[in-house]
Design a protein around this ligand. Structure first.
Ligand code: UDX
Length: 439
């Protein structure tokens, strides 16, 4: 089989490479000529474990090709996927769909025959219908069948998530056209039948909403445990055990109950906001999601206040070491990362910041205050620090020797916003140790 994938961003690149690994011939199209040229030479524009190998192997085998030429990419394709960006629109928080519609129109104009056009980008309910209008207006002469196939992959484990998903959601239209689109998509995902992956075949609207509902629910789950963590601190309970005790109930589930500094990333903040806007516009507000958004924003800001409080109410002239800047480990992504809410107020209050991140420093330099010093490693960041703040739970931070940390620092305050360390051990090592929701 052959597909064209429009947009070599996170989703496009990962799903393109994974489909190629499934044996599909994939043409990945992007308008960014420099990006395409880089990809042809094996330069991967994002940090994702295993992606470089996957791209290299499949490019060598000729199954994965990169181009800026849409018509060339579409020649002989069984399906064309849209994986262009849907950022939050400035001002109102709605998803900006201009890239989606522009790409859909270009695809329609370039089409040489009947086509299945699949939206993989996360798009609000109703977008599929509008995409159908766009392609019909551009090419009334051609049967172009629109489908929705949202992607649930997580950064940092994207390849495993694509190759071994919990489910595949496929939304198609009514009638024989819809059946044809469903058949094409099922064939593309055939390797997953071997591992008995459930396929949820549904309408386009349902598929679109499923993606938002899933992300919003997970964001809500994280936010719930964060609030419970705050309560734990007040009443002397341990959030880790509460989460375990709750999560072992199969109806609740153990995942996404790790308390922390608030969720970030390219999806949860954007998608919760877009869902809240869509729902309000539809006259059916999702108040739990609206509250989740507000609580999470406040939480990220409150983390900076915790640092100030732990340093006695004033950080002016004090040195604060920060471990981890990305929104989660195994990614270089800084979008809506808690570090963006924590570091600027500390810098503004006069703290000297020494930060280390294994992958995010490049982007961090553009987003964080100019005065931040980027250390070569975690111990270097801790050098002479009055307090150490752990913001992202990279594995290498777990293995740090508390004795060497203590030696490197001037002060003894540690704020572990990811509950990575053992409170007893940290206190035994001589730290004034603060974590999230643990006594
Ligand atoms: C998410 C969804 O998981 C994925 O299905 C969707 O396709 C895209 O959005 P991602 O943004 O890559 O994936 O990261 P994820 O691992 O879900 O984490 C999101 C945020 O929640 C991170 O900031 C993370 O630190 C936080 N989180 C997650 C917690 O604070 N506690 C948890 O228990 C889980």
């Amino acid at each position: 089989m052959r597909i064209a994938m429009l947009g070599a961003g996170y989703v496009g690149l990962v799903s393109g490479a994974c489909f190629a690994e499934f044996g599909v011939e994939v043409r990945l199209v992007d308008t960014d000529a420099a990006k395409v040229a880089g990809l042809r030479e094996g330069r991967i524009p994002i940090y994702e474990p295993g992606l470089d190998r996957l791209v290299e192997d499949n490019a060598r085998e000729g199954r994965l090709r990169f181009t800026t030429d849409l018509a060339e990419a579409m020649a002989g394709a069984d399906a064309v996927f849209l994986s262009v960006g849907t950022p939050s629109r400035r001002g109102d928080g709605h998803a900006d769909l201009s890239y989606v519609f522009a790409a859909a129109e270009q695809v329609a104009r370039a089409a040489a025959g009947p086509l299945v056009l699949v939206t993989k980008s996360t798009v609000p309910v109703g977008t599929g219908r509008r995409v159908r209008e766009v392609v019909r207006a551009a090419r009334p002469d051609l049967p172009i069948e629109v489908a929705s196939n949202p992607e649930f992959l997580r950064e940092g484990s994207a390849i495993g998530d694509f190759m071994r998903p919990d489910r595949v959601v496929i939304g198609t239209g009514d009638g024989p056209g819809g059946e044809r689109a469903l058949a094409v998509l099922k064939r593309l995902y055939r390797p997953l039948y071997l591992i008995e992956t459930p396929i949820v075949a549904t309408s386009i609207e349902t598929a679109e909403l499923t993606k938002y509902a899933a992300n919003a629910f997970l964001a809500m789950k994280v936010t719930f445990i964060n609030e419970v963590a705050d309560l734990c601190e007040r009443v002397g309970a341990d959030v880790h055990d509460v989460a375990r005790g709750m999560g072992l109930d199969g109806r609740i589930g153990r995942k996404f109950l790790r308390a922390g500094p608030g969720y970030g990333g390219s999806c949860f903040p954007k998608d919760t906001l877009a869902l809240a806007r869509t729902a309000a516009d539809a006259g059916s507000p999702v108040r739990l999601v609206e509250t989740t958004i507000a609580v999470n924003e406040e939480r990220k800001a409150a983390m900076a206040e915790r640092v100030v409080a732990a340093l006695g109410g004033d950080v002016a002239g004090k040195t604060v070491a920060v471990l981890g800047l990305t929104f989660k480990p195994e990614t270089d992504d800084m979008r809506d990362a808690p570090s963006l809410s924590v570091l600027p107020p500390l810098a503004a209050a006069g703290a000297k910041l020494r930060a280390f991140d294994p992958a995010g420093t490049g982007t961090a330099r553009q987003l964080l205050p100019a005065g931040v010093h980027y250390a070569a490693n975690a111990l270097d960041a801790a050098k002479g620090a009055d307090a150490l703040v752990l913001l992202t739970e990279w594995n290498e931070f777990r293995a740090l020797s508390s004795a060497r940390l203590r030696e490197a620092m001037r002060g003894d305050v540690v704020l572990d916003f990811r509950n990575v360390y053992d409170p007893e051990a940290m206190r035994a090592a001589g730290f004034r140790y603060h974590s999230i929701g643990r006594p």
